[in-house]
Design a protein around this ligand. Structure first.
Ligand SMILES: [Zn+2]
Length: 295
């Protein structure tokens, strides 16, 4: 089964078109009084953090051989045969996409573009790209959890945990796609296995005080800028979880005649009629547009 949108791999737009879109973007940012940036998987892919190809096959050749995974997202959602195998995969995944994640140029360009601006970010990406690119994390809301955090697999209490040293030990000491049993982490309250902090369709996600602080800062920003010239800038947001960025952005644009909805996406998603006159679609290469826009 295919889980990953591959739209960012389609090069349909010329470099000239990307440069022209960068000029428009700069102008819209200059004119805006507040910028709300919604960031999805397409942005991390534009920064080189792809879930397919060499980056995936180099890190997980054994798992790909055993389970015939097509991409890293599919693999990360797989029901592994036991906790030792789950952590053999997840520990490598956490280093690659969180603890050892390098700086992405597209994120640096976005940070430069936002310098001196009144902005806030909401992202469905659970990687560490904003932190690695030295963003002020008080301006970033990671609504879908973080690959570096753990939660009780039974969600018995609302607290997350982090232990980078154990993750590194799991990577070092695993063999035949199993970590040693004594490294498998357990919930201190109920004894169930811990798992990576992410949202689950049935159970939702463990949301602790750190999550709620981020959420409050984001909501406060929206409230403070209500009715102003707000630019809702959506970057690489697909249609897997539209309830977090796409739909609220479109809704808030509809409610504010001075707002603009800018969607940077090579895939042409449906735009509601009510906000078409307030929408700018940019189908240029995300990395190129951001690089050409930076101050
Ligand atoms: Zn528990």
């Amino acid at each position: 089964m295919q889980h990953v949108n591959r739209y960012w791999e389609t090069e349909t737009v010329t470099k000239e078109a990307s440069l022209a879109q960068a000029d428009v973007l700069k102008q819209l940012i200059d004119e805006a009084e507040a910028i709300v940036i919604g960031v999805g998987a397409g942005m991390s892919a534009a920064a080189g953090f792809t879930y397919v190809g060499k980056r995936f096959t180099d890190a997980f050749p054994d798992f790909i051989r055993k389970y015939r995974f097509l991409d890293m997202l599919q693999a990360s959602l797989f029901e592994f045969e036991d906790e030792q195998e789950y952590w053999a995969f997840q520990s490598r995944f956490s280093l690659l996409n969180f603890f050892d994640q390098p700086v992405g140029q597209a994120y640096i360009d976005l940070r430069h573009l936002m310098s001196g601006e009144n902005y806030h970010v909401i992202t469905t990406n659970a990687d560490n790209a904003f932190y690695a690119a030295d963003f002020d994390m008080d301006n970033v809301f990671r609504i879908q959890g973080e690959y570096g955090l753990w939660q009780c697999s039974k969600h018995c209490h609302q607290q997350t945990y982090q232990d980078e040293a154990i993750i590194r030990q799991m990577v070092r000491e695993q063999s035949n796609m199993k970590v040693p049993a004594n490294l498998v982490p357990h919930c201190p309250k109920c004894g169930a296995g811990l798992e990576v902090n992410k949202r689950n369709e049935e159970k939702g996600m463990v949301e602790d005080s750190h999550f709620h602080e981020q959420k409050e800062r984001y909501e406060q920003f929206l409230k403070e800028n209500q009715g102003r010239k707000v630019l809702f800038l959506e970057i690489g947001v697909g249609h897997t979880t539209p309830q977090f960025i796409k739909h609220p952005f479109q809704q808030m644009t509809e409610e504010n005649a001075k707002a603009l909805f800018v969607t940077m996406n090579q895939k042409d998603y449906y735009i509601p009629h009510a906000i078409r006159h307030q929408t700018v679609r940019m189908d240029g290469n995300i990395a190129e547009v951001l690089h050409a826009s930076r101050k």
